[in-house]
Design a protein around this ligand. Sequence first.
Ligand code: PMP
Length: 401
Amino acid sequence: SSVFAGIAQAPEDPILGVTVAYNKDPSPVKLNLGVGAYRTEEGKPLVLNVVRHAEQILINNPSRVKEYLPITGLAEFNKLSAKLIFGADSPAIQENRVTTVQCLSGTGSLRVGGEFLARHYHERTIYIPLPTWGNHPKVFTLAGLTVRSYRYYDPTTRGLDFKGLLEDLSSAPSGAIVLLHACAHNPTGVDPTSDQWEQIRQLMRSKSLLPFFDSAYQGFATGSLDKDAQSVRMFVADGGELLMAQSYAKNMGLYGERVGALSIVCGSADVAVRVESQLKLVIRPMYSNPPIHGASIVATILKDSNMFNEWTVELKGMADRIIRMRQQLFDALKTRGTPGDWSHIIKQIGMFTFTGLNSDQVAFMRQEYHIYMTSDGRISMAGLSTRTIPHLADAIHTAVT
Ligand code: PMP
């Protein structure tokens, strides 16, 4: 007998549970396109050379210690992270209006930002895109915010529902928080154009809607760190305030190191100081202070111009391989004469393709082809290779015909 005997079995996480099911499948042809983790052409996880190099430097440094970091994390890492996303010449940084705290990857940054807003911001409603990364509503609800959604994706065009987006943000209460994917929207792979971003910015600023950017894929979308930060920089350039959650999981391949940052761009330097003092009160009882190793790797790379350049080359290599996989999958379906318009595969941006397959087709492909993806039909392009694309194309072809 147990005092916990009455506890019900909880369902698996809708994304990470795909890997659990995949691991149980004995089939030699099985393919995991569920979780968004980069794989090489050989299907292997990748540790970037520049990351190995940085770790070597850290290990060979005799003065390296394992002391606690401050509550806010590694100061050098925070500075460099703000510079990376906002740009080296960002006026907000020069005017000391930005406070940055190291957090537990993107998820932890979102959670700390959410809890800060729930405690100190006057409007506790956050609007998230429909659809969005499945963890967003849970993170923000548990942080103490009320979660609503705004229209984002139009399944009929497989593109942005721009009209719906503008309508929903127009009718949001003044001051509401709006979660925006900085680039490579997950799960749809659909991003606004620059013109559309500008209209979103104008609308949001005119209604005093507070932007909360989630940047989990900087550099992964186009292969350029600066291009992928363009949307964010538009909102900083107008002098307004915003929150920014950054993750190094994908763009440096540091998934398990849990390294990320929360930045809050404030109206003035003295507000930024007070905001940071309150962020510390959120963090201290949650996990006291963040881990040192991943942040040290990132700082080592970002502060050295040679290593930084080496990183951008490897990052572009990952982005380019994903783009090649898009083209190859598109071509494979065309060769098979698979019914339907599959051009969205090459139009969508970032790690994922939102295939348009329904949950029955997804279940069929798992059953008959041992191909695993989330039930919304999202596939991780980084999990594909030239060798596995024919298998996936056969499966899709059979599923839709
Ligand atoms: N936001 C989005 C949109 C994501 O796709 C992810 C990763 N799947 C994250 C945040 C956070 O990931 P992590 O906590 O691993 O940095």
